[in-house]
Ligand binder design. Structure first.
Ligand code: 2AM
Length: 189
């Protein structure tokens, strides 16, 4: 089964962003826009994982989560992979505790590797993002990146790591298999 590990966004952050993204979609029908119900921040994409590895994976993810404090994050601006002038992916940016986020992503990747489910794309630099749209062929999305550049969402505290099964074409597309809590951050005591 196809698995990934992610953080969720609170519904207020999702609806704030949707309010800004919704009016942009009709002008760019050539892009494959993601819907708000699918929005998440990927920590590690594990790809196809053998059935039966979930419980080992769960043990490792629990340990990884317990080593990290919850993260104060916000959505800000936009960008594109590999570049706005020839985009394959249009994304919203993540601000706040990016260092903590990268450290958590590294722990999650290490835990998944030990569980026998190494993330694909390991060795690539972790670039936190929320995918807004995918492009069938490289597209010049500079106007969209510009329109979203002033976006500055309200901060939220991410306090749980999610193991999610992705079922392309399935309903629902994303199924949560487990959640593990991060440590409470010192500021929230
Ligand atoms: P994306 O949003 O940047 O496309 C579920 O598919 C999640 O895993 C998505 O957030 C997706 O990231 C990520 N993902 C899918 N395929 C991937 C791959 N080959 N390498 C890294 N991440 C991938």
């Amino acid at each position: 089964m196809r698995l990934f590990v992610a953080l969720a966004l609170p519904s207020s952050s999702v609806s704030d962003l949707e309010r800004v993204v919704a009016p942009l979609r009709p002008a760019w029908p050539g892009l494959r826009w993601t819907g708000q119900e699918a929005w998440h921040l990927t920590l590690a994409f594990l790809g196809e994982v053998e059935d039966g590895l979930e419980s080992r994976l769960g043990t490792r993810l629990e340990r990884a989560a317990a080593r990290h404090a919850s993260l104060l994050l916000s959505l800000r601006g936009a960008g594109a992979f590999p570049a706005p002038g020839r985009a394959r992916v249009l994304w919203a940016g993540i601000q706040g505790d990016r260092r903590g986020l990268a450290a958590l992503a590294a722990s999650v990747a290490a835990g998944a590797r030990r569980a026998g489910a190494p993330p694909s794309g390991e060795g690539r630099r972790y670039q936190p993002h929320l995918t807004l749209a995918r492009c069938r062929a490289p597209a010049d999305v500079r106007p969209l990146v510009e329109q979203l550049s002033g976006y500055d969402g309200r901060p939220w505290t991410a306090s749980e790591v999610y193991l999610i099964r992705s079922r392309p074409g399935g309903e629902p597309r994303y199924q949560t298999l487990g959640t593990w809590r991060l440590r409470a951050s010192p500021a929230s005591h």
